[in-house]
Design a protein around this ligand. Structure first.
Ligand code: NDP
Length: 310
């Protein structure tokens, strides 16, 4: 198959990638964007987004991503479904293979591949994945209507998931490894004042319990040494994310946690012509609005680079 030449290739269809596509289209870079495994990114697994400016009543996460995508397409971005299978950044133009079959040569590349939910690493957790173990309450919570479930974690995501589940389920346990929540004060107050959320402080999960039909419980170890079981049908992980940088980490510098390192206030990576935007390069803020803003920066940086290097 013929190799396609692209001026600006964007990998990742979340707020960062779509926003980069909006700016790159307006800069006449004819951007091509591949959406990857989760078109729309992590926001498509959330419910209402209340903190993105411009939506006084909040907005559904899926709807918002559809809107940003449509905006990019209206401006001329070529948004495609497809997953990058390999990349060669050893020289420019960069070579990117999509779905193991289509080869693209790109003059500039914007990496906006986002981040993926972390799991605890227990064998039993993997055994029951999709059978009661989930990292997305808003995707799977529906199945646990009227049942008892647990959420692991103490950050904003865990609180958000616990609150969401508390509206569906009979009881929600929050399994928190310390005696405090990491979440923002507003979230903490909401969780702690919800009557069907029970906090299990200073607890770690030893094992997810289950049978052929799926999860039936969890075995927990409290800091004081007590081991006890809870009966649950759903076990939800909300313990953070890891950046999806593996594809490029052979060439692009990453930090000790795998986040792509960018140069100062720019989106430039250590490879000339390769830019990073969104959660894959942001261990700190990880918000839709900051991801969108970094997508904008990446497109502006790519535009400048292409002007100076074509
Ligand atoms: P965080 O990193 O903020 O929190 C992770 C939580 O999981 C912490 O409580 C952590 O415990 C716990 N944890 C981590 N590893 C383990 C483990 N192995 N076993 C048990 N517990 C574990 O991640 P979030 O996904 O919650 O949030 C990420 C970012 O996104 C934050 O900046 C957050 O503010 C933001 N966010 C904002 C929202 C909003 O504004 N509406 C909604 C959701 C997220 P410990 O505290 O002990 O480290």
């Amino acid at each position: 198959m013929a190799i396609e030449n692209v001026k600006c290739l964007i990998i990742g269809g979340g707020p960062a990638g779509y926003t980069a596509a909006i700016y790159a289209s307006r800069a006449a870079l004819s951007p091509v964007l591949y959406e990857g495994i989760q078109p729309g990114g992590q926001l498509t697994t959330t419910t209402t987004v209340e903190n993105f400016p411009g939506y006084p009543q909040g907005v559904d996460g899926v709807q918002m991503m559809d809107d940003i995508k449509s905006q990019a397409e209206r401006l001329g971005a070529d948004i495609r479904s497809g997953v990058v299978s390999s990349i060669d950044l050893s020289r420019r133009p960069f070579t990117v293979v999509i779905d193991g079959e289509k080869t693209i040569e790109a003059q500039a590349l914007i990496i906006a591949t986002g981040a993926t939910a972390k799991y605890l690493g227990l064998a039993s957790e993997q055994q029951f994945r999709g059978m009661g173990v989930s990292a997305c309450a808003t995707c799977d919570g529906f199945f646990y209507r009227g049942r008892d479930v647990a959420v692991v974690g103490g950050g904003d995501t865990a609180c958000e998931e616990a609150l969401y589940l508390s509206g569906l389920c009979r009881k929600v346990y929050m399994i928190v490894r310390r005696n405090v929540l990491r979440a923002s004060r507003a979230m903490q107050e909401r969780v702690l004042s919800t009557s069907n959320i029970e906090m299990l402080w200073e607890c770690n999960t030893q094992e997810v319990l289950g049978d052929d039909a799926g999860v039936t419980g969890a075995r927990l170890l409290r800091k004081d040494g007590t081991v006890f079981d809870i009966k649950i049908d759903g076990f939800f992980l909300a313990i953070g994310h890891h950046p999806n940088s593996e594809l490029v980490s052979e060439w692009v510098k990453t930090d000790e946690n795998g986040y792509i390192v960018t140069d100062g206030r720019t989106s430039r990576t250590n490879v000339d012509g390769v830019f990073a935007a969104g959660d894959v390069q942001d261990p700190l803020y990880r918000q839709a609005i900051t991801a969108a803003a970094s997508g904008c920066r990446a497109a502006l940086d790519a535009e400048k680079f292409l002007l100076e290097n074509s």
